[in-house]
Write a protein that binds this ligand. Structure first.
Ligand code: AMP
Ligand code: MG
Length: 528
């Protein structure tokens, strides 16, 4: 079971779950199987653009030991590690509210599993290493711009303390990929890349939905039992699950999903494509596509151009969409439980956990040590005041941590004003912001708030550095020209998001005006 050497992969998933008998790599519907075997493409000119030192250390797999050239060969899929039986997973999903049928790993190829230094199993998965039976009409490849974004953001989320799939490496394939970035009939050749993603499991809500949709309850049960034994061993009867085990499992998924979304709302992360195939069964952030970070706080904002009309996946709707997705999962798992009530109870517990944890999180964002009945209105009034003038969601809370509550509020301190995009927004916005600050000050005085304890709590909750879209885009523009300095700088920045780093003020700034409408900086297309 345990890999004897870090270069020996284990094929636990392959050994324990039903395989697609078809060996040819042709696009097709795959029934009664969890995966299809597939070989990655060969990229002889692959080069290493970036790698995560913390994750490499955790896996004991680093280019320092393997040599950069070999590392690039392995993590582009060109050289297979010993024992690896690569495969693509079969799953389905609801996309933008509609059942989409079979989707599957169209451009992800799983290499196998290994144990990290903590003994935790981890699956290594390449994204962009070639087509699979699930590629439908697409090519199985990925471009550098979206790969760099996934690579950086996965690690950024990890260092923010948010559950996520990880990214070990970013490798340039040395080949081009054709994409019509704006869907306007102007396709262009772009540099290709492969990201090595790492997670204990890449199973998604859609992995279960596909079997239920096909009324293949045997496969559904097989996969559910596998998942529980493998990744939820703490559940009652995890190795011989019954209806109570499945119920407890679904409840755990609901709890984890609630906590995940609270974390997204804390840091202003907008996933952008919360389809059920992009919802991890482990409650991880998964599938970084046209995601974005709030700069001005705007609950209606979505980074995804494909979603610009309906804004289904806007920032403020993420909690409701997660719930909608959990309902789809509940429907899919129903045949294992055959009772509606326990599933409804778990969904209720999602709502309750989300509400409770969201308020607790917002209290920490404000540095409040105690819970008071009026906290929710206090938080809502702040968010309301953000709607009167564009306020940088990240910088505002860092500035608020420096607010001195010992003297009366007569106007808005410069530090807070400077988090506005328009620093002279007019009296209504000024008044609302000032009145809110007075209210906040009274609240702090009432709980005898200790200034340094408050600042510490706030600065551990509110990041200073987030992966602003225009920062990532600048690193992409340079990387496409072969210049990696900005990528290196961001690799460093994301590792300590809560701590001010010397000489890095330019990474903690409001979005510059030039970035407001630029592609990649404000809105992103799904074409990646
Ligand atoms: P997404 O919503 O981007 O996570 O992708 C939805 C589905 O499309 C998944 O099944 C992906 O594997 C598939 N897909 C996206 N891009 C490609 C591509 N370039 N080649 C093959 N399949 C893709
Ligand atoms: Mg996906």
């Amino acid at each position: 079971m345990n890999s004897a050497s870090p270069l020996q992969l284990d094929n636990h998933f392959v050994r324990h779950l039903p395989a697609d008998p078809e060996q040819r790599n042709i696009r097709r519907q795959v029934s009664k199987a969890c995966y299809s075997r597939v070989q990655p493409l060969q990229f002889p000119r692959a080069t290493l653009l970036g790698w995560s030192q913390p994750l490499a250390a955790q896996l004991g797999l680093s280019p320092l030991q393997l040599g950069e050239a070999r590392f690039a060969q392995i993590f582009s899929g060109s050289e297979l590690l010993s024992g690896s039986e690569p495969f693509a997973q079969c799953y389905g999903g609801h996309q933008f509210g509609n059942w989409a049928g079979q989707l599957g790993d169209g451009r992800a190829i799983n290499l196998g599993e290994m144990r990290d230094v903590n003994g935790q199993h981890q699956m290594l998965q390449l994204k962009g290493a070639g087509p699979t039976p699930y590629s439908r009409t697409a090519d199985g490849l990925a471009v550098l711009r979206s790969s760099l974004r996934e690579y950086l953001c996965s690690e950024a989320m990890h260092h923010l303390g948010i559950a996520t799939t990880r990214a070990l490496s970013l490798v340039a394939t040395g080949e081009t990929v054709v994409r019509d970035m704006f869907y306007d009939g102007n396709p262009k050749a772009e540099p290709g890349a492969v990201v090595c993603r790492v997670a204990p499991s890449f199973l998604r809500f859609g992995s279960y939905e596909i079997f239920s949709a096909r009324n293949d309850i045997d496969s559904l049960r097989t996969l559910a039992n596998y998942t529980i034994a493998r990744d939820f061993p703490e559940l009652p009867n995890a190795t011989t699950p019954d209806a109570d085990t499945y119920t407890a499992w679904f409840d755990t998924i609901c709890q984890r999903t609630a906590r995940l979304i609270v974390d997204w709302m804390r840091v202003g992360f907008v996933h952008g494509v919360m389809n059920t195939d992009n919802m991890s069964i482990l409650g991880l952030t998964i599938d970084y596509g046209p995601y974005g970070w709030l700069e001005p706080h705007d609950p209606t904002w979505t980074p995804n151009t494909t979603d610009a009309q309906g804004r289904r996946y806007r920032f403020g709707q993420q909690p409701q969409i997660a719930m909608w997705n959990l309902v789809q999962l509940a429907n899919a798992l129903y045949p294992l439980i055959n009772e509606v009530k326990p599933l409804e109870d778990a969904l209720d517990s999602y709502r309750n956990t989300y509400e409770r944890e969201w308020l607790a999180m917002m209290r920490r964002k404000l540095g409040l040590a105690q819970a008071e009945p009026d906290d929710k209105p206090l938080v809502e009034a702040l968010l309301q005041s953000f709607s009167l003038t564009e306020t940088d969601y990240t910088l505002y809370f860092r500035a608020l941590a420096r607010f001195d509550a010992s003297t009366e509020v007569t106007g808005l301190p410069i530090a807070l004003r400077s988090t506005w995009y328009d620093e002279q927004p007019g009296t209504k916005a000024e008044q609302a912001a000032t009145e809110w600050l007075q209210r906040y000050r009274e609240r702090l005085l009432a709980e005898h708030s200790d200034p340094s304890a408050r600042a510490n709590l706030m600065n551990a909750t509110n990041p200073l550095y987030v992966l602003r879209n225009w920062l990532a885009q600048q690193a992409i523009d340079d990387a496409e020209q072969g210049k990696l300095d900005k990528l290196r700088e961001l690799e460093q920045m994301i590792q300590q998001p809560y701590t001010a780093q010397a000489g890095k003020d330019h990474l903690a700034e409001k979005r510059p005006e030039w970035a407001r409408q630029r592609a990649g900086c404000s809105m992103l297309s799904c074409s990646s």
